[in-house]
Design a protein around this ligand. Structure first.
Ligand SMILES: O=C(O)CCC(=O)C(=O)O
Ligand SMILES: [Fe+2]
Length: 489
């Protein structure tokens, strides 16, 4: 949905309504052809109202009526306070937990507006978190810098639900997509779940979240998606998954790099349906939480994300070259929680069974065989959990549906594994609400009592904006507090 400015009010008047964009200037979120999404507009008006500590004045009222969406954005009023950490009332939901009216922005070309290097021959990333940044400005999670070449297969398509190429791919996916014989286990099949995880590098466990839990995290997830979209209404920037447009990372989009300042994400840490399985897989309950975020494939994410491992380590410095991270038991597990049923066409994650142990180079999209592209985790119902050994080759697939496919996650390190990537990002108040086991395993991510949680509570797809937010936080801290934070990072 978009509003053409000059149809209703003069450009000047509406620009005036937007914070930091006074008359004559191009408003943030306005596309080149003079459109602005209703979402962006409503969001901006709310922000303005909050800034002025008053309800929106009648000057803006006609615009609000036009947008007809203002109620959806009431939660923005939480922005200036820490109550944003207790998300509860956000969400553009259609009654069944789905976000509507998002994605499919035909103005965003395949692979986005970034000028991408074309040279990648494999997706191996032995340096993990230490990956060198590409010399182009692409918004992505740093560990995915080796995926920024994009997807050549859809280079000439239009990002539209009815584009003939999109229609043809959707039809093909309906026929062929999905791992044949995918086994979904029940939460009490603990040993079977662990055996499948060790065999395949992933396992799907059904009925992990009860309906009330699912609804709570769906609302929190929708709220976070709205925050990202408010600053990127046509989903052009993206920010996850190698910088593909129409894809975001919850963790990458959060200025704290994680989502553990949000109550509903913390609720996922220690569940009676997942903890016994984690304990069985790791062979001990002494594993720890390493972080939490997740991935979002917006409707109209037509590109495949290249296969990859989520390396969060530098390769082992074995002087004899005998041992590689792939020879070890599972070092890091991520549990992904799909917020909607995963179907053939809404961007189910693809997983290559057994690949957690493979030493072969990971193929780029151009070289990937067809069967791997179709090796996706579907059908799988919302409320299930996808446990993943993060070494296993996996990747995002096209979301050709009209639904946002979000998958919040929690990341766990084996008792013997630690990473330089771990950050203290959970406010003390959140930690206090956890179970005793939850508290123990969160000891590396919790902040001190009264400590500023750097970056928490601010989401933006652009790194520059996230850095600005943190700079502002630093400017309000004492030099000693900044130094302590940096030394303990
Ligand atoms: O969104 C997905 O399905 C997968 C994303 C992913 O694996 C990643 O960005 O690391
Ligand atoms: Fe990944």
């Amino acid at each position: 949905m978009s509003i053409k400015f000059r149809s209703y009010r003069s450009r000047t008047e509406i620009c005036y309504a937007l914070p930091n964009h006074r008359s004559g200037k191009k408003a943030r979120g306005m596309t080149a052809n003079g459109h602005i999404s209703a979402e962006r507009l409503a969001f901006a008006i709310c922000q303005e109202a909050v800034t002025r500590h008053s309800s929106a004045s009648s000057t803006y009222f006609p615009v609000m009526l036009l947008s007809n969406e203002i109620d959806r954005f009431k939660h923005v009023q939480d922005y200036s306070s820490k109550s944003i950490w207790n998300s509860n009332d956000g969400g553009v939901m259609a009654g069944d937990g789905r976000l509507s009216n998002a994605g499919w922005n035909a103005s965003v070309p395949p692979n986005g507006l970034a000028n991408r290097p074309r040279g990648a021959t494999t997706n191996d990333n032995p340096d993990g978190l230490a990956s060198a940044a590409a010399d182009i400005e692409i918004e992505t999670t740093p560990e995915h810098m080796n995926l920024v070449a994009g997807d050549p297969s859809c280079a000439n398509w239009i990002r539209a639900y009815d584009d003939p190429n999109v229609v043809a791919l959707r039809e093909r996916l309906r026929q062929e997509n999905g791992i044949k014989g995918l086994e979904l286990v029940a939460p009490d099949e603990v040993k079977r779940a662990a055996a499948l995880l060790h065999r395949d590098g992933f396992v799907v466990v059904r009925d992990v979240l009860d309906p009330a839990q699912l609804e709570r995290i769906q609302k929190a997830s929708n709220k976070a998606v709205e925050e990202l979209m408010a600053d990127d209404p046509d989903c052009a920037a993206g920010g996850g998954a190698g910088g593909l447009p129409h894809r975001y990372s919850f963790g990458g989009g959060s200025a704290s790099r994680h989502m553990l300042h949000v109550k509903e994400w913390c609720e996922l840490i220690d569940l009676e349906t997942t903890t016994p399985i984690l304990t069985e897989i790791f062979g001990s309950s002494n594993y720890v939480v390493g972080g939490s975020g997740g991935d979002i494939a917006m409707p109209g994410a037509i590109e495949y994300q290249g296969l990859h491992s989520d390396n969060m380590w530098s390769e082992l410095p074995d002087p004899f070259g005998h041992i590689n991270m792939r020879d070890l038991p599972v070092p890091v597990l991520t549990i992904n929680f799909p917020m909607i049923d995963l179907t053939t066409e809404n961007g189910p994650i693809r997983q290559i069974p057994g690949s957690q142990r493979w030493r072969a180079p990971i193929p780029s999209l151009a070289d990937e065989p067809d069967w791997m592209k179709l090796s996706t985790v579907c059908p799988a119902p919302a409320g299930c959990a996808v446990f993943r050994d993060i070494r296993a080759w996996h990747g995002g697939t096209p979301n050709l549906s009209k639904d946002v496919r979000a998958m919040p996650n929690v990341e766990y390190y084996a008792p013997w594994f630690r990473s330089e990537g771990i950050m203290r990002c959970m406010p003390y108040e959140r930690w206090q609400e956890l179970s005793p086991h939850g508290q123990r395993i969160s000891r590396y991510v919790v902040c001190d009592k009264g400590e500023t949680v750097i970056g928490a509570g601010y989401m933006h797809p652009k790194a520059k904006m996230r850095e600005k937010f943190k700079e502002k936080q630093f400017s309000e801290m004492s030099p000693e507090a900044i130094q302590e934070y940096l030394h303990r990072l």
